[in-house]
Ligand binder design. Structure first.
Ligand code: AMP
Ligand code: MG
Length: 391
C-alpha cells in the first residue's frame, strides 16, 4: 500500500501529453492551447466610437456643423473641416479627421448644427485601433485553458481553428451482478447502476463528452473480454467495482491477463483504498472502488489529475485551500482522509454521512477536507487543507 503523495507522484511520472490537433474554435472549449496564439488583426481593427454621440473636428467653439452620419458597419470615409461634426454610433468607424467624440447627452441638437455643452478631451470616447491587441502579437500563451471568454475572444480575431492538446478518449466499465439500469423495476438484491453515469458527468467537467459505457457481470471471462474490447478503443479506461479482495472481484486478474502493468494498487486513504492504476503502452487504466463516494473521490483526486495532465493543463490537481473546522475530528485509522465538507466564509463543516457508499452528503458538498495520514486529532477551530470541488 502506498501513500496518497506517492500515488500522485506515480501518476505524474507515468502520464504523457496527448498529441496536438487543429480543431474548430467552438470544439476547443475546455481544451488547452498547444501553441502561442498570434492575432492576425488589430483589435479593434479600426478607430472605433465607444459611445453614441457626435464625432468632432475641434475648433475650440461650442457650435458645430452637422455634416454626416456614421453608424456601425459603415465604411465610407468622411472628411471634416474644423468645426464639423458627424453623428456617430457605438462601434462605428471614427472619421480620420475627427479629434474626439462627444456623447449625445451633452449635446443640444439643432436642425443642421449641434451645440456642445461640455467639450470632451481629444480622443475621448474613441477606442484606438489595436487598443486591446495589436496585429502579430501573442495574445494567448500555450497552456491557456480555453474558457467561454477565450472562445469569444479568438472568434473576434477572425480565427476559425486552433491548435490544442487532444482530449483523450475514455471508456467506463461498470462491473457487478447487482447493477440494474435506472428506469426499470428494482429486483430484490439489486441496486441501480449509478457510477457509470456519475463518472460520465464528471468527465464532462473537463470537456470529455464522448464516453462509451460497458457493463460486465462478476465473471472472470466476461470481465477480461470486456476490458480487452474497451481498452482497444480508448486511451483511458475507468473501471468501477470488482477491484477489492472479494471472491467475485475479478478486475485485477483480468487486467493482468490483458497485459496491463500495475503502477500501484491500494492507497493508504479513506475512502478509496482499493484503487488500481496501470498502464498498457500509452493507454492508462484506473480501477475505482465500486462504492459510489469512493469512486468519485478517486476520480477527483487521481483520474482528473491524470486527464488534466494529459490534456496539457499546467494546474492539474484540484485547487487547495485552507479553512478552520467547525468541529473536532478524529483520525484513528492512520490513513489519509478525504471528507465531504462545505466550505463557507473560511470555515469547513465536515458533513455527516462520510460512508463510502453515501452520495447524499457528497451531493451538497463543495470541498473535500484533507486530513494527512499522520494527523490523529484535529480540534475545533484548527486549520485544515481542503480540495475545492468548484472548478
Ligand atoms: P465493489 O467495489 O464491486 O466490491 O462494490 C462495492 C459497493 O459498491 C457494493 O455495494 C456495490 O453494490 C456498489 N457498486 C458497485 N458498482 C456500482 C455502480 N456501478 N453503481 C452503484 N453502486 C455500485
Ligand atoms: Mg462488485
Amino acid at each position: 500500500m502506498i501513500s496518497v503523495e506517492d500515488a500522485l507522484g506515480l501518476i505524474a511520472t507515468n502520464i504523457s501529453l496527448t498529441e496536438t490537433e487543429e480543431v474548430s474554435v467552438i470544439e476547443a472549449l475546455q481544451s488547452v492551447l498547444a501553441a502561442d496564439l498570434v492575432t492576425p488583426i488589430n483589435m479593434p481593427p479600426f478607430r472605433q466610437s465607444a459611445m453614441d454621440g457626435y464625432a468632432l473636428r475641434l475648433n475650440g467653439k461650442a457650435e458645430y456643423n452637422l455634416i454626416e452620419e456614421a453608424k456601425a458597419g459603415d465604411s465610407k470615409s468622411i472628411k471634416l473641416e474644423p468645426g464639423d461634426a458627424v453623428r456617430i454610433f457605438t462601434g462605428a468607424l471614427v472619421p480620420d479627421d475627427a479629434d474626439t467624440v462627444v456623447i449625445q447627452e451633452q449635446v443640444i441638437k439643432k436642425v443642421d448644427k449641434i451645440e456642445v455643452q461640455k467639450l470632451p478631451e481629444p480622443a475621448a470616447n474613441i477606442r484606438p485601433m489595436g487598443e486591446q491587441v495589436k496585429k502579430g502579437e501573442t495574445v494567448l500563451q500555450k497552456g491557456t485553458v480555453l474558457n467561454e471568454a477565450a472562445i469569444g475572444f479568438i472568434a473576434g480575431l477572425g480565427i476559425t481553428s486552433i491548435k490544442v492538446f487532444k482530449k483523450p478518449t475514455v471508456a467506463i466499465l461498470a462491473t457487478g451482478n447487482e447493477l440494474q439500469e435506472p428506469g426499470t423495476d428494482l429486483k430484490p438484491g439489486s441496486i441501480y447502476e449509478s457510477n457509470a453515469i456519475m463518472l460520465t458527468a464528471a468527465l464532462r467537467r473537463v470537456g470529455i463528452d464522448q464516453v462509451k459505457i460497458y457493463k460486465a457481470k462478476d465473471d472472470y471471462t466476461e470481465t477480461k473480454e470486456t476490458i480487452k474490447t474497451a481498452l482497444d478503443k480508448v486511451d483511458v479506461l475507468l473501471i468501477s467495482g470488482g477491484i477489492s479482495v472479494g471472491d467475485y472481484d475479478f478486475v485485477k486478474d483480468a487486467l493482468t491477463e490483458n497485459g496491463v502493468e500495475e503502477i500501484f494498487y491500494k492507497v493508504n486513504q479513506k475512502p478509496g483504498k482499493p484503487l488500481f492504476f496501470g498502464k498498457k503502452a500509452n493507454k492508462i487504466v484506473f480501477a475505482l472502488p465500486g462504492n459510489p463516494a469512493s469512486s468519485l473521490t478517486c476520480f477527483y483526486v487521481y483520474v482528473l489529475t491524470a486527464l488534466k495532465k494529459m490534456m496539457g493543463h499546467e494546474q492539474f490537481q484540484l485547487e487547495k485551500g485552507k479553512a478552520k473546522v467547525t468541529s473536532a475530528l478524529n483520525n484513528p485509522t492512520g490513513k489519509t482522509l478525504f471528507l465531504k465538507a462545505i466550505i463557507k466564509e473560511g470555515k469547513a463543516t465536515v458533513l455527516t454521512g462520510q460512508a463510502s457508499s453515501m452520495l447524499n452528503s457528497y451531493a451538497v458538498s463543495n470541498a473535500l477536507v484533507y486530513i494527512p495520514e499522520e494527523i490523529e486529532v484535529v480540534n475545533e477551530g484548527d486549520e485544515v487543507e481542503y480540495l475545492n470541488l468548484i472548478f
